[in-house]
Ligand binder design. Structure first.
Ligand code: ADP
Length: 475
């Protein structure tokens, strides 16, 4: 029987091993992995069901098919409870045998696939935890925790290139990596983009080390962990660079102030003396120098506000008066561009407290942007007022334009320092990408906020809010 079955299955390209007693089969299963066990139900030393139970203890993912001449319901029930899902009633022909085995093998493949997916779900969860952190220390701690969980081994450490160890070494730790009760350790390089980022050290017996080396899950965890460690290192370097860039910008802008004042001073003097073409040239020089002066001022302001070097000067302000100042200054910009600039506000006086100069700066930036990014014939409308208490009760300034708008993927980036949308209009308009970060910083320092809604090609709407606490009760 055994020979016939083996022959029929080998003809189907299966690899088949045979054993003539349950004990011989079990002995073999201790060392070799199999997909399927095909056994008779009645054997001298134990039943096929007993063999199936013992075999599945050794290899839980294995499937079993039992050949029986006496299929009864109670036998079937017992077998099903043990997870033995198939029978083949005797007598059977070769065709039936092949079909039953094919069915059992595909069931077995599904079972393996399920286990693999469940394991991969753990890996995905762990790698999300890695990706959630930009700090090397927390990525390293999460990696060693994930490896501990997956391997069920308590002593797992991540060693970084700079010598730091996670979890940190402690006198109470039972982990001894050399000559301890757990034996030697398995040390594996953690590499990302071909560069070493550290090591993973696991205290493991020689036998554990063998399966750890073959573990696909461990390989995946190490790969994802190493990448996250690499990213965290790059992020730390970038933060350093950003800091250095800010320092440089601050220094350079301070140094530019003095020569710029000299240029402005002398050109103002010359403006009164020169005539004709020369007077036109000097006007251009003054205009460009004033623009440069504004940029330098913005840079210094941004830096001072970020570093909290310049405290706010809070004073009482009346809303309509504030808007009037903006109107006077900015109509001058709107007219040559043929863009209409309108202000809307409630009739009654509204008093509030804020740093007047800074708030003017923030609102002027937003309105100027509206004017710059709105083509001829368009309109910029500034609407100011207090929200109903049910809507938050904030003092709100809405700066709305009918201009070129902003693409959805750019909406969060435009508030980053030195960021500009890469299009021809932006290049035409100049600027340095500091207007919006400056405006947002000013509002946030007042415990307020600045957000944007926009559709490319349809215009933008910037909404600046100050909290209800900034409002002064009617005097
Ligand atoms: P910049 O001075 O370079 O314009 P900002 O920080 O003020 O810097 O703005 C950043 C970018 O956001 C601009 O380059 C522009 O692409 C976009 N932007 C700002 N305001 C508007 C607006 N009202 N309409 C369309 N795009 C805008």
């Amino acid at each position: 029987m055994c020979q016939v079955c083996a022959l029929a299955l080998r003809q189907e390209q299966h690899t088949v091993a045979t054993a003539l007693s349950p004990e011989a089969a079990l002995q073999w299963l201790e060392h070799e992995t199999v997909d399927l066990l095909l056994t008779d139900i009645a054997m001298p030393s134990m039943t096929g069901l007993e063999l199936a139970r013992l075999a599945q203890q050794l290899q839980p993912l294995m499937d079993v098919v039992i050949m029986t001449a006496r299929a009864s319901y109670s036998l079937l029930e017992d077998a099903l409870q043990q997870g033995i899902a198939d029978f083949i009633p005797k007598p059977f022909d070769v065709h039936e045998l092949r079909l039953t085995v094919a069915r059992a093998l595909s069931r077995q493949r599904l079972r393996r696939e399920n286990v693999r997916l469940a394991t991969l779900a753990h890996v995905v969860e762990a790698s999300q935890a890695f990706a959630n952190s930009l700090e090397q220390a927390s990525v390293a701690a999460a990696l060693s925790a994930a490896v501990r969980r997956e391997t069920n081994i308590d002593c797992v450490h991540v060693l970084l290139n700079d010598g730091r160890m996670f979890p940190a070494a402690s006198a109470h730790s039972p982990c001894r990596y050399t000559d301890g009760p757990l034996g030697p350790a398995l040390t594996t390089d953690l590499r990302a983009h071909d560069a070493p980022v550290g090591h993973l050290v696991i205290a493991a017996t020689a036998e554990q080390q063998r399966w750890l080396r073959d573990s696909e899950v461990l390989q995946l965890l190490m790969k994802h962990g190493a990448l996250a460690l690499h990213n965290a290192e790059m992020y730390a370097n970038l933060s350093d660079l950003d800091e250095q860039k800010s320092e440089f910008v601050a220094l350079a802008s301070h140094e530019l102030r003095t020569p710029l004042s000299v240029v402005l001073g002398y050109s103002a003097l010359l403006q009164n003396r020169l005539e004709g073409t020369q007077s036109k040239y000097i006007r251009e020089i003054v205009r460009a120098s004033l623009r440069l002066n504004d940029l330098v001022d913005d840079l210094i302001n941004l830096r001072q506000l970020h570093q909290r070097e310049a405290p706010l000067h809070i004073e009482r302000i009346e809303l309509v008066q504030l808007l009037r100042v903006l109107n006077v200054h900015l109509q001058r910009l709107a007219a040559p561009r043929a863009v209409t600039l309108q202000f809307r506000h409630p009739r009654r006086a509204i008093w509030f407290e804020a740093d007047r100069e800074r708030l003017l700066l923030a609102l002027a930036q937003l309105i100027t942007n509206g004017l710059r990014f709105t083509p001829k014939g368009g309109a910029v409308t500034v609407t100011a007022g207090v929200q109903a208490p049910t809507h938050g009760g904030n003092l709100v300034f809405v700066i709305e334009d009918t201009g070129i708008g902003i693409a959805p993927q750019e909406l969060s980036r435009i508030f980053k320092r030195f960021y500009q949308v890469a299009d021809s209009r932006t290049r035409q308009e100049g600027g340095m990408g500091i207007g919006l970060p400056l405006a947002r910083t000013i509002l946030e320092l007042h415990s307020g906020s600045l957000r944007v809604e926009s559709q490319a090609g349809r215009g933008s709407r910037f909404i600046a809010s100050l909290p209800p606490s900034s409002l002064v009760a009617d005097i």
